[in-house]
Design a protein around this ligand. Sequence first.
Ligand SMILES: [Fe+2]
Length: 270
Amino acid sequence: MKIGFIGDVVGKPGRLMIKRHLKRLQQEHFIDFTIANYENASHGFGLTAKNCNELLGYGIDMMTGGNHSFDKKDIFELFETHPLIRPLNYPENTPGSGIYRTRIKEKDVIVLNVMGHYTMPMTDNPFTKLSAVVASLRAEGHTHIVIDMHAEASSEKNALLHLLHKDVSAILGTHTHIGTDDLCMVNGCCYVTDVGLTGCRDGIIGMDKTIPLKRFMTGLGGHHDIPERCKALLQMIVFELDDEGRCIGAEKIKIYDEYPKIVTPAWREV
Ligand SMILES: [Fe+2]
């Protein structure tokens, strides 16, 4: 089976890039299931019901979250009705789930979402919590396990690879919005530190540059905004899993506006 993973979808420009390109990419790369991170999809903060339905209509099958999961109040009801999760290491009574179960090509597939520690809201320890969840899924016989690690620190994401590469199919980093150049397969686990945003590429992490520049130059902030018009970018990891849930191929796809896609294969570590 082939799975597509889009990182942080940032605002309307991100949603429009998915509308414009995703269904064609799914055909060209024989993608069976597509995941995206929703936490910045509605003007940079959270997800509304309207934008959720829009993204699912463009071909996204399920979505993961992060520190902005709860920024729009629609999310509480959406968790009950739509294929959305939030980091599993939020405290026990937090609404929503961090685990999504589905079936693709007659195989059970699990998608997990976890949030890092550094500069993030207070949650349970991502490493111990995720290790326990993965151990219990493996004990149930699950082999196809995909993780969205939503974290600021590259070291935390990198550490997860060492901790879990033998037990999971893929660990894909999100949150920084800047794609990293380390897509690899290690012992059948697909890994990248950050997939990078889908949205404006000519601002600052998908936002209008004016406010962040003012903050950095003067210490005075303001509300982040997403430009109506910008140069846009779509970034997606496509990875293939065998019947045992091991990754046997992966590539990064980038599309700049309407330009032809750039496809970069993963390094296979032996
Ligand atoms: Fe985030």
